[in-house]
Write a protein that binds this ligand. Structure first.
Ligand SMILES: [Mn+2]
Length: 437
């Protein structure tokens, strides 16, 4: 069987970064570039792995961008599936989200599973419909799940038997998730660990991931294209784009993936160590020089410019005229936007900058992150801190859903089997682990 598809995600339509209307257009342009690429190269289908929209509410310009791109694909005859990311999930108290709406108008196929007291149910997308849990196109079976946060690994374990139920019917098996892999972006707590991927390979041939804005592949099964535009400053410089995937099941390695770059607004990010300057004037002069040297190197049209001041200030912060530095950025670069960030070493206290101020904070992800940081402080638990933090959150969730002691103990024991190196347990934990249910 041979087929091809384009896999991408984290388009974040509707992002009006730094209050610039032009940035809203930039995100739209990146999306339309992707759609045009798909319409021209004409793969068998396309997969969007969530966060098509930046928020659950969109404005008319964002609607127009989404509609124009999806219409382009429909006219080209390339079907597309999408799943709900953490950014475009249904607004609390509302019956449907924008993906449902576009699906109901036949512009995309919205995939999700149903979870209930009887477990997981996988419903096929019926002919003429655009919603369900899986769809079969060009010899591929594509199953999709919404963003599941800290429940991702538990739901995946429960999903296993349902996927195995399809049997060996020769279909190429694609699973679409909005979930990140631990260790790809330092300091960001992700939903999946490498030890979760291995068992997945039994019933998944291609795991189409979204959520982390960086290109990566893992364990010969997981693929992530990253964000199309630059959603956060640290993404500039990361390799990312569309994944053009060719499948040929006659080859020993049936999957071949090409990363297709997407044109995006240039960013210029500069760092100045303030510790080198004894006075505010000397620092201002130093920044001018640094900006001018950068301008000579970078010939970018209307870039976004960020000047970060770091290190230890040798004078009172109040004496530094930050607005003068912003003026210098504007004068030298004619940028779309210029910002000066003061990131001085003032205390020894450091926070993990995993959440930006305009990203909705997921409580369970935050809990997991805090637990992981605390566990990592202990040398004995540091190598498996992510796994143990995941386990703690999972046990808490089970307890909140009414699981009794025996059930919790069983889950704890099962998890200990999965955790790669067995950390030495404290006598307190070991004592409880020995108690029979
Ligand atoms: Mn995203």
């Amino acid at each position: 069987m041979r087929c091809s598809f384009v896999h991408f995600g984290d388009v974040h339509l509707g992002t009006q970064q730094y209050g610039c209307p032009e940035r809203l257009n930039d995100f739209g342009k990146a999306w339309l570039y992707a759609c045009e690429y798909i319409a021209t190269t004409h793969p068998d289908f396309a997969i969007c792995t969530g966060d098509l929209f930046n928020r659950f509410t969109i404005n008319p310009v964002t609607f127009d961008q989404a509609y124009t791109g999806l219409s382009m694909l429909r006219e080209a005859g390339v079907p597309i599936v999408d799943i709900q990311g953490n950014h475009d999930r249904t607004r609390y108290g509302e019956a449907k989200n924008w993906l449902d709406s576009f699906a109901d108008h036949g512009l995309l196929t919205h995939l999700d599973i149903l979870t209930g007291p009887d477990g997981i149910r996988l419903l096929p997308v019926r002919p003429g419909q655009s919603r369900g849990s899986f769809v079969e196109w060009s010899g591929c079976r594509i199953v999709g799940l919404r963003y599941l946060g800290a429940s991702t690994e538990r739901i995946l374990r429960e999903l296993g038997p349902s996927l195995q139920h399809f049997g060996d019917d020769g279909a190429f098996r694609i699973l679409v998730l909005h979930a990140g892999l631990e260790g790809i972006v330092p300091g960001v707590s992700a939903e999946l660990t490498v030890s979760t991927l291995e068992p997945l390979r039994e019933y998944v041939d291609y795991l189409a991931l979204g959520h982390l804005h960086k290109y990566y592949t893992a364990a010969n099964v997981a693929y992530n294209g990253g964000s199309l535009e630059t959603w956060a400053l640290n993404e500039w410089g990361w390799e990312r784009g569309l994944l053009h995937v060719e499948i040929d099941t006659d080859r020993p390695q049936p999957v071949s993936v090409r990363l297709i770059d997407v044109p995006r607004r240039p960013f210029v990010t500069l760092r100045v160590d303030v510790g080198r300057f004894e006075s505010p004037r000397a620092l201002e002069r130093g920044c001018w020089e640094c900006l001018q040297q950068a301008r000579a190197r970078v010939q970018a049209e209307r870039p976004v410019v960020f000047l970060t001041l770091q290190g230890r200030l040798r004078f009172d912060q109040q004496d530094l005229r930050v607005n003068k530095l912003e003026d210098a950025c504007r004068e030298i670069f004619d940028p779309l936007y210029a910002g000066v960030r003061e990131d001085y070493a003032t205390t020894s206290f450091d926070t993990e900058k995993a959440f930006s101020s305009d990203e909705p904070v997921d409580r369970s992800v935050l809990e997991r992150q805090i637990l992981r940081a605390r566990l990592a402080e202990d040398e004995r638990y540091a190598p498996v801190a992510a796994e143990l933090a995941g386990l703690a959150v999972e046990l808490k969730e089970l307890a909140l859903h009414g699981a009794d002691g025996a059930h919790l103990l069983k889950a704890f024991r099962a998890a200990r089997q999965r955790i790669p190196s067995q950390p030495e347990l404290t006598p307190e934990v070991a004592k409880h682990a020995e108690v029979e249910p």
